[in-house]
Design a protein around this ligand. Sequence first.
Ligand code: MYR
Length: 282
Amino acid sequence: MSRVAIVTDSTAYIPKDVREKHHITMVPLNVVFGEETYQEEWDITTEDFYYKMKTTEQLPTTSQPSIGLFEETFRELGAEHDEIIVITLSSGISGTYQTATAAAEMYDDLPIHIFDSEISCMIQGFFALEAARLAEEGRSAAEIMTELHSRREKTRAYFMADDLSHLHRGGRLNGAQLFIGSMLKIKPVLHFEDKKIVPFEKVRTEKKAVARMRQLLDEDVDENDRVLIAVIHGNCPEKAEPIADDLRSRYPNATVYISYFGPVIGTHLGPGSLGIGWMHQN
Ligand code: MYR
């Protein structure tokens, strides 16, 4: 039986106890305030990050994990596994996928497969949890990779930023150049297209953006579907909780999680952001 190790990066925001339970290894990205670099979760909590963002004049930036950190992780896991699968945030918004690929090419002791989730946050986490479940069943890395590719077709996420200037400043908003002046004043619904973030629809208020995201979910998910849903927030659980409660009663066979935009993603979305993402399970 093949022993497959599952690795994901910190932007999946899978809580530590859940990762430990499912033997998922996490490699952190970095958030940088001035001269200080913090590996998220290891050196800075989400709570401290949002406090710092509010109280520090200089806004943060982010960077991918070093190639050395991936190599070290592969070496450690290589001692007890036959293959490794790494699940990264979208290669269209971060160099993490490329760095993991370069590290894998330099390490030839065992096969390493890199999966581009083409998304991020808890939705990326759903891929890691699914991979871990299959690895626990004894499935090979090739079988797990096939399943992950098929799941990617059944995965959606929409989100909005309370203040779009963070995404604009970090250069992660595509296809909006012509509209950016007017867009900064509204709350467009965003999504991923070809691995990049693009506006999905221009909506004027947060209330309408949330209603639109709900409607998109309703259109794609039938009442009795088995589906994983995440309601994700940037330091505003009070906005996410009622949405999640409502979804739990509307979709009895769904598993609905409340998750968060941690430091790295929070740098680009800012506080007050909201997202809804889902993955069909059959
Ligand atoms: C890096 O510096 O490599 C990390 C860059 C991260 C960019 C994040 C942009 C926002 C992503 C929002 C994802 C929402 C998923 C529901």
